[in-house]
Ligand binder design. Structure first.
Ligand code: SAM
Length: 333
C-alpha cells in the first residue's frame, strides 16, 4: 500500500508519531517502516501547508510502499456498512438515521481508541446560534470535549455552541492570507477556530472576534486562554451593531454565517479599510453558485460608495443535494 509519509530520524520518531496521531494524520492501517537511521511514518493524507508548519522541522515528506498493519482491528471487520461519522475531540458524531446505531457506536469505540463517547444528532443545525441536539448512543454521557486542530485546542460543548471539524482545511486557507500587522474581524466567531488559529500565527495580528451566542463567547474566551493568545478581543453581541465601533479597521473580514451572511454585508463593508478582503460564506444552489451572492456584495459596496473586486470563488464542501457551501473572496476598495 503506497502512502504519503514522513521520514524522520529514529530518535525524533516517537515525538512525531504522537503528534501525527493527535492530528489524525497517522495511518494506523499501514505498518511503520524503517530505512537505516530513519523511520517512515504513514499518513492518512498529504498534510496541508499549515499542518506541516505545526511539525518540528526535522522531517522529509515523501512516499513509500508500506505493509498492511496485521491484527489492527478495522471498522470494516465489525460492520457490513461503515457509515459516515465525524470525530470532535474524543466524541464521534453519527447521524440519527444510521442503521443499528448501538452496534455502530460500540464498533467505533472499540476501533478508535481516542473515542470515548458516540453521539447521534437528533436535530439539524438550527436557530440563530446554529446549534444541534444530541443523544448519547454509547460511552460517556456528555457533549463537551477538547478538540485539537492544527496544534490549537478548543474546549467545545456541541449542544451549546456551533463547531465543525470539516472546515479545518478552509480555515488554514484563510490563515495563509493573513499577514503580520494586519487586523481581522471574525464577525461570527463561535468558539474561536478561525480567530484563535489566526491569532496564533503572530502576536502582531489583531483579531476582533464577535458572536451573539453567550455560550460560544464563554468558550471563545476560555479558548484564548487555553491557547495562550492575548491578541483576540472576544465580544458578545450582534455583529451588525458591534461592527459600528470598529469601522475601517479590518484588513480581513470573516463572515462564516452561511444562509444569513447577506444580512450583515453593510456592516462588513463598513469594517473594511482600503483594500480589505471579505471572506464571505454562503449556501448556494448548483445553478447559481456565485453570481447572486456577488451581486449582493457589489450592491452593498456601492451603497457605501466603495468598489469591489472579486479575488476568488470556490466550493468549500457539499451541504445538501444540489446545495453547496461556497466561499467568495472580494477586495473592497
Ligand atoms: N466561525 C465559527 C466556526 O467556524 O466554528 C462559527 C460559525 S457558526 C456557522 C455561526 C455563528 O454565528 C454562531 O456561533 C452564531 O452564534 C453566530 N451568530 C448568529 N447570529 C449572529 C449575529 N447576529 N451576530 C454575531 N454572531 C451571530
Amino acid at each position: 500500500m503506497k502512502r504519503s509519509c514522513i521520514k524522520v530520524l529514529k530518535k525524533k520518531g516517537e515525538q512525531l508519531r504522537r503528534l501525527l496521531l493527535e492530528m489524525n494524520l497517522l495511518d494506523n492501517s499501514a505498518r511503520i517502516s524503517s530505512e537505516g537511521n530513519y523511520l517512515l511514518l504513514p499518513l492518512t493524507r498529504k498534510p496541508e501547508e499549515a499542518e506541516l508548519n505545526e511539525l518540528p522541522e526535522v522531517f522529509e515528506l515523501t512516499e513509500h510502499e508500506f505493509k498492511e498493519q496485521k491484527g489492527q482491528l478495522k471498522l470494516e471487520d465489525l460492520l457490513d456498512n461503515v457509515p459516515h461519522f465525524e470525530v470532535v475531540g474524543d466524541i464521534a458524531l453519527i447521524e440519527d438515521d444510521v442503521a443499528e446505531p448501538e452496534k455502530v457506536a460500540h464498533a467505533i469505540i472499540k476501533v478508535k481508541k481516542n473515542v470515548k463517547t458516540v453521539l447521534a444528532a437528533t436535530s439539524p443545525v438550527e436557530g440563530e446560534f446554529r446549534t444541534r441536539r444530541f443523544k448519547t448512543v454509547a460511552g460517556e454521557e456528555r457533549t463537551s470535549t477538547i478538540h485539537k486542530e492544527y496544534g490549537a485546542r478548543y474546549h467545545i460543548d456541541l449542544e451549546r455552541a456551533y463547531f465543525t471539524p470539516r472546515l479545518a482545511t478552509e480555515r488554514s486557507r484563510i490563515l495563509e492570507q493573513v499577514k503580520e500587522g494586519q487586523t481581522v474581524v471574525d464577525m461570527f466567531a463561535g468558539v474561536g477556530p478561525y480567530s484563535i488559529m489566526i491569532a496564533r500565527k503572530s502576536p502582531d495580528i489583531r483579531v476582533v472576534a464577535i458572536d451573539k451566542n453567550p455560550d460560544a463567547v464563554e468558550f471563545l474566551r476560555f479558548n484564548t486562554e487555553l491557547n495562550s493568545v492575548s491578541n483576540v478581543e472576544a465580544i458578545e453581541g450582534d455583529a451588525n451593531i458591534e461592527a459600528e465601533r470598529f469601522a475601517g479597521i479590518a484588513d480581513h473580514v470573516i463572515m462564516n454565517l452561511p444562509h444569513n451572511a447577506k444580512e450583515f454585508l453593510d456592516a462588513a463593508i463598513r469594517l473594511c479599510n482600503e483594500n480589505a478582503i471579505i471572506h464571505y460564506y454562503d449556501i448556494t444552489p448548483e445553478e447559481d453558485l456565485f453570481d447572486s451572492s456577488l451581486k449582493l456584495i457589489e450592491e452593498a459596496a456601492m451603497r457605501a460608495g466603495r468598489r469591489m473586486e472579486t479575488i476568488d470563488t470556490r466550493i468549500v464542501r457539499s451541504y445538501a443535494p444540489h446545495q453547496l457551501n461556497v466561499c467568495i473572496e472580494v477586495k473592497v476598495i
